[in-house]
Design a protein around this ligand. Structure first.
Ligand SMILES: Cc1cc2nc3c(=O)[nH]c(=O)nc-3n(C[C@H](O)[C@H](O)[C@H](O)COP(=O)(O)OP(=O)(O)OC[C@H]3O[C@@H](n4cnc5c(N)ncnc54)[C@H](O)[C@@H]3O)c2cc1C
Length: 464
């Protein structure tokens, strides 16, 4: 018997639900995953996770956290075709007008499709003797009494009872607010940051020599706030490229192949256009599109009254601007934290939930401030802005410029972006001095000044 015992239900069998299940399986006698989708056995995209076909980056901190929950996972993913890479050396990262200088970081990243990651986690979780998965079953409410959740209500079936219900229903989870209200529970305050990000994605065949060197490409806004475009070409399992083009504030790429190629051609990143023009498309239709209007954070940690027997997790608490690749990492860290809180309390009490949300809030704070803070480099971004954001963004710009020439500064920013070091690391005196010296040497100072207007078509013929 686990430390808690009894039955836990996890609503949602996506990444958040799967990491939660892994954390709960050693602590409860039985865990049931309920998902309204048809869950595939292999690495297939599915309707309930429309973001699945689009480029997904797994941060190094996320890989390490997944490894903590699922020992041996990295080796298993690589054996299955995930592409190992050094994020300092193999990732050609273009930001603020030039490529970051490359250096061997000694860190290990793995590049893979989200569907492959989800199917690998599902295989692991399904092999646990006390885990049951029920797909094609939709949860339509919470069962319980005032202040206490005792299970879930299902469409066309009797309720399913549990000692803990984990809500991992994703970013549309505010739909569950009425479920909580029905049980007399207050609903969390919500903050949104409007960014209107768009993703358009194609899958291409990967051949040796497609790129001169390097396994992956990532481009973020060459000259903000004029240029709002972003792009990724990730080498993934099955000898494929996932190529995602898009940007902030409706600077989205077209879905038709010609428009997609033209968008790639206009980017200040020479290899990408050649890749899109020459690699064999593996999607029979036009590219796939995803519109992400706003980042959304629900502040459960501010609630003074919490229901017993219920916690939300993953995107159901906070859905980040996907361009920063933080969601899967945060969900995994939350699942680990949930396990720790259950160990401490021995039951899914309201106090346990309160402590969990406080810890989850701390996990979320840093990536939330980093991503929303960066989004405010665009005047079109709408939402509550922390004091000092403008000043900080001006300094962060210098850090990015310095990363074009200084491996030391690149190393610091890499650790911060992968959630391995706190953002304060860029403020350490040594890093500040290096930043201010190196930023002046960035090759962008030799490029023509950006013009006002969207997506300035500056395309250097060689890599800066
Ligand atoms: C375009 C895009 C790109 C992204 N890129 C990255 C990236 O690069 N790196 C990264 O770390 N993260 C990225 N993310 C975020 C990442 O996809 C999520 O953080 C991750 O999937 C965890 O989400 P989740 O499991 O909490 O919710 P979801 O993945 O949204 O899953 C919710 C699950 O709940 C089920 N469900 C919903 N309602 C019900 C119900 N009533 N009854 C039963 N089942 C229900 C759904 O079928 C689904 O399976 C991206 C997101 C988007 C939108």
């Amino acid at each position: 018997m686990g430390v808690v015992g009894g039955h836990a239900i996890v609503i949602g069998g996506s990444i958040g639900g799967l990491v939660a299940t892994q954390a709960l399986a050693g602590r409860f006698d039985q865990v049931t995953i309920v998902d309204r989708d048809t869950l595939p056995t292999g690495a297939e995209d599915r309707r309930g996770v429309p973001q699945s076909p689009h480029a997904h980056a797994l941060l190094i901190r996320g890989r390490l956290a997944l490894e903590e929950l699922f020992p041996g996972l990295t080796d298993e993913l690589v054996a299955g075709g995930a592409v190992p890479f050094d994020p300092g050396d193999d990732l050609l990262f273009h930001q603020m007008g030039a490529l970051r200088v490359r250096f061997p970081s000694g860190k290990l990243g793995t590049s893979l499709t989200r569907a492959f990651l989800e199917s690998s986690l599902r295989r692991r979780v399904s092999a646990l003797p006390n885990v049951t998965t029920r797909d094609q079953v939709s949860v339509c409410g919470l069962a319980g009494v005032t202040g206490r959740v005792t299970g879930v209500e299902l469409d066309d079936e009797a309720p399913l009872m549990a000692d803990l219900v984990v809500d991992a229903t994703g970013r549309s989870a505010s739909r569950t607010d009425p479920w909580l209200e029905k049980l007399g529970c207050p609903v969390p305050e919500v903050t949104t940051v409007k960014i209107d990000v768009g993703y358009t994605t194609r899958l291409l065949r990967r051949k040796p020599g497609d790129l001169p060197d390097g396994a992956l490409l990532y481009l973020m806004s060459a000259t903000p706030p004029h240029d709002k475009r972003a792009a990724a070409a990730f080498a993934v399992e099955g000898d494929r490229w996932v190529v995602t083009l898009g940007g902030w504030h409706r600077r989205h790429a077209p879905v038709d192949p010609a428009g997609f190629a033209e968008f790639a051609d206009g980017l200040p990143f020479p290899y990408l256009a050649d890749l899109v023009a020459n690699a064999e498309p593996l999607d029979d239709l036009d590219a796939r599109k995803f519109h992400y209007p706003m980042a959304r954070r629900r502040y459960f940690e501010k609630l003074r009254r919490l229901p017993e027997g219920y916690v939300a997790l993953g995107d159901a608490i906070c859905s980040f601007n996907p361009l920063y690749g933080q969601g899967m990492t945060v969900a995994t860290l939350e699942a680990i934290e949930l396990g720790r809180r259950l160990d401490r309390h021995g039951r899914a009490s309201a106090r346990m939930a309160g402590e969990f949300y406080k810890a989850a809030g701390k996990i979320i704070d840093t990536p939330w401030q980093m991503s929303t803070g960066s989004d405010f480099m665009y005047p079109e971004t709408v939402g509550p802005r922390s004091a000092g954001t403008g000043l900080l963004n001006r300094y962060v710009r210098q850090v990015m410029l310095a990363s074009h020439v200084s491996p030391e500064v690149h190393s610091v920013i890499l650790d911060v972006q992968h959630l391995l070091a706190p953002p304060a690391a860029i403020m350490r005196p040594g890093t500040m001095v290096r930043t201010l010296r190196a930023a002046r040497r960035s090759p962008v100072h030799e490029q023509p000044a950006p013009r006002p207007g969207d997506g300035v078509p500056v395309k250097p013929k060689t890599v800066a």
